[in-house]
Design a protein around this ligand. Structure first.
Ligand code: NAD
Ligand code: IPM
Ligand code: MN
Length: 354
């Protein structure tokens, strides 16, 4: 029986609740499809600071690098906001150590979700895009300085860093509807001018079949609300991708729905929902687990277990079709109840009717 090792990092706040949900669904689909998943738990984020003083230990890093895939809940919270090394710094260090430079954040609107969005249902019906966010460069990783009265964060990108993530985005576009929108701020920033030049050259030389356009990030943020179905693949740098993906989560109506896959050139990938630790709802059974569960489907894809990934996504669609939702979507179910509904649908021999 094929076996995969999964490094499991529950993290903080709602992290353990949604990561536990993903694990339940992964275990159900592994049973159904006949492969084995071996989970190993590791302290990470605030939970690790409490144990060792550091958000990311060497032991956790090596366990992640040695695994077939890494699953993460979420990290952070007010308790550690003034820690010498914050949980979020541990997350950036893990992404860097794993070299997961491409972060894929798919956004789609199931028909049942259209009226859950703060936008009008006819605006969001049919939305189906993926945001490809550069994840290991830019302002998140530049030199920083702080004096009493001034501070700076440096943003740097090399041509090679842009090319490798752009290639992932072009390839995504090829497998989808053939459209790529590269988002930058080339009217102001030098890094964005290099970004635009590099992506344009690749479009001409390697991807003439892809319909490529460029947008400034401010206009893209506006267009995301005006005509969100226009987007197929969005390619952008680290910080713009962070902001645009939280905005995009309102198209289906909740940040709790969006998953992400952070990929390098080989395994392991890092899989986490896009949301944070949501301290305001932690420990109350209110967290929407479906973003974490979508990340689990992405994890299965990274292992080549595409049938299993498809079963998970079909199960989530059934849960939407029956409006089996947590409170963020106007439902009345708990995290565990939604998770059980997905796991039951995964285990059902035939798609449940209705
Ligand atoms: P957040 O994403 O945690 O929460 C924003 C809002 O969305 C809150 O109202 C929250 O209740 C809601 N929300 C988030 N996930 C939800 C879910 N699954 N179901 C229902 N509602 C959900 O963002 P924040 O409040 O800005 O940040 C809280 C902490 O999380 C901070 O410490 C931040 O740095 C950290 N954070 C971590 C990650 C990560 O680990 N990848 C991502 C973002 C933020
Ligand atoms: C995300 C988060 C992280 C980011 C933080 C917690 C470092 O917001 O994964 O979107 O900005 O990348
Ligand atoms: Mn974010």
């Amino acid at each position: 029986m094929t076996r995969y090792s999964i490094a499991f990092l529950p993290g903080d706040g709602i992290g353990p609740e949604v990561a536990g949900a993903a694990r339940t669904v992964l275990e159900a689909v592994a049973r159904r499809c006949g492969f084995q998943l071996e989970f190993s738990d590791h302290p990470f984020g605030g939970a690790a600071i409490d144990q060792t003083g550091e958000p990311l230990s060497e032991a956790t890093t090596s366990a992640c690098l040695a695994a077939d895939a890494v699953f993460l809940g979420a990290v952070g919270g007010p308790k550690w906001d003034n820690a010498p090394s914050r949980p979020e710094a541990g997350l950036l260090a893990l992404r860097k150590a794993m070299n997961v430079y491409a972060n894929l954040r798919p956004v789609s609107v199931h028909p049942e979700l259209a009226d859950r969005s703060p936008l009008r249902p006819e605006k969001v019906a049919g939305v189906d895009m993926v945001i490809v966010r550069e994840l290991t460069g830019g302002i998140y990783f530049g030199e920083r300085e702080r004096t009493e009265d001034s501070a700076s964060d440096k943003c740097t990108y090399s041509r090679a860093e842009i090319e490798r993530v752009a290639r992932i985005a072009f390839e995504q576009a090829r497998q989808r509807r053939g459209r790529l929108t590269s988002v930058d701020k080339a009217n102001v920033l030098e890094t964005s001018r290099l970004w635009r030049e590099t992506v344009s050259e690749m479009g001409k030389t390697d991807y003439p079949d892809i319909e490529l356009d460029h947008m400034y990030v401010d206009a893209a943020a506006m267009h995301m609300l005006r005509e969100p179905t226009d987007f197929d693949v969005i390619l952008t740098e680290n910080m713009f991708g962070d902001i645009l993906s939280d905005e995009a989560s309102m198209l289906p109506g909740s940040i709790g729905l969006l998953g992400s896959a952070s990929l390098s050139d080989q395994r392991p990938g890092l899989f986490e929902p896009i949301h944070g630790s949501a301290p305001d709802i932690a420990g109350q059974g209110k967290a929407n687990p479906l973003g974490a569960i979508e990340s689990a489907a992405q994890l299965l894809d990274s292992l080549g277990e595409h049938t299993a990934a498809g079963l998970v996504r079909r199960a989530v669609e059934q849960v939407h079709a029956h409006a089996q939702w947590t409170g963020d979507l106007g439902g009345t179910l708990t995290t565990v109840e939604v998770t059980q509904a997905v796991a039951d649908a995964v285990a059902a021999p035939e798609p449940a009717l209705g």
